[in-house]
Design a protein around this ligand. Structure first.
Ligand SMILES: [Zn+2]
Length: 325
């Protein structure tokens, strides 16, 4: 008889035969940076996640260093918003300030982490869309140079990597060209390649204050129903020069991750988004689930599906509590 149970009998045998490990160096913690001083405020819909002012970032940077995870991804919440999202490409904007503060703090500690800047306009535009509006629509080509300027501002401040999240056509190529021309050919791009128009983003918009004032993002983010189109998006971004391809959200899209893994040689990232996090926290707070086991199972599933990098709000808690068990 085929006896697959032989290798499940003891913890040691199971550990020996395990196919998947959660690599904590492959985890990225998203950090919300907001204007103001001496601010650390919890995001109401995301228990355990905070918005920090630049002067309080050291706390989260130290936690990330102590946890030994790969790095952080920065999202900015500016004091002022305008039609063209100028805070996104201000060299003294909130994200460049945060990057410089994190770099300085890491230097003082003699430690390193990867600092990734999310690149989009939606946190900075008064209308909340990811590009500039023309005739009530998000204008793709007119937005590209603004995304490129935003990437340059982050990289000049010291970001290791930029991650364009707008789903504008051609944004990866525009950023690649801008970085190369400005003397940053070594800076990689993590492309939000297959970013779906998902209801799982709800709590993030609360955190980043970036909900569209009118309409929604279905005109540029992907239709939830389309898997083949996602692979096309990934292929286009790879051809435009992306170094890492991302699928977002994560849990309901692992079929895309697996299909991508079988087609590309590039590293694949998944973004375990705010709504996915909030559901786990809410169920755990009700005593309905064992949070730690659920988080471990979820993170394992991402790596098993083929992800190399996992962007997740669970990263700090998971790594802090001792990692893989
Ligand atoms: Zn956006």
């Amino acid at each position: 008889m085929q006896r697959t149970r032989r290798l499940r009998r003891t913890p040691a045998l199971r550990a020996l035969a395990a196919e998947t490990v959660i690599r904590k160096e492959g985890l990225v913690y998203p950090v919300f940076v907001r204007w103001g001083e001496n601010v650390r405020e919890e995001v109401p819909s995301m228990p355990g996640v905070y918005r920090y002012s630049v002067d309080r970032l050291a706390e989260v940077v130290d936690a990330v260093l102590a946890a030994g995870i790969g790095g952080v991804m920065l999202f900015g919440i500016p004091e002022h918003k305008d039609e063209r999202g100028s805070g996104a490409y201000d060299e003294n904007g909130i994200v460049p300030q945060a990057v410089r503060a994190i770099r300085a703090h890491c230097r003082a500690r003699g430690r390193e982490m990867v600092v990734i800047a999310d690149i989009c306009l939606c946190e900075y535009t008064s209308h909340g869309h990811c590009g500039v509006l023309e005739g009530g629509e998000v204008a793709n080509d007119a937005s590209l140079s603004l995304h490129a300027m935003s990437a340059l501002a982050a990289v000049r401040a010291g970001a290791d990597m930029v991650a364009p999240s707008s789903m504008m056509d051609g944004v990866v190529a525009a950023i690649r060209t801008a970085l190369d021309d400005a003397g940053y050919p070594h800076v990689p791009i993590m492309a939000y390649s297959a970013k779906f128009a998902s209801a799982f983003y709800g709590p993030f918009r609360d955190a980043a204050d970036s909900a569209p004032q009118t309409g929604d993002r279905r005109g540029y983010q992907m239709d939830v129903r389309n898997g083949r189109e996602a692979l096309r998006e990934l292929a286009i971004d790879e051809a435009e020069g992306a170094d890492i391809l991302m699928v977002k959200p994560a849990l309901a899209y692992l079929d895309i991750v697996r299909a991508a893994r079988e087609r590309t040689l590039l590293p694949i990232a998944v973004y375990n988004v705010s709504g996915e996090y909030a559901m786990v926290k809410a169920a755990a707070a009700q005593g309905m689930i064992d949070e730690r086991r659920i988080v471990e199972e979820i993170l394992t599933a991402f790596f098993r599906a083929g992800a190399d990098i996992v962007i997740t709000y669970h990263a700090l808690d998971w790594a802090k509590n001792g990692g893989n068990v």
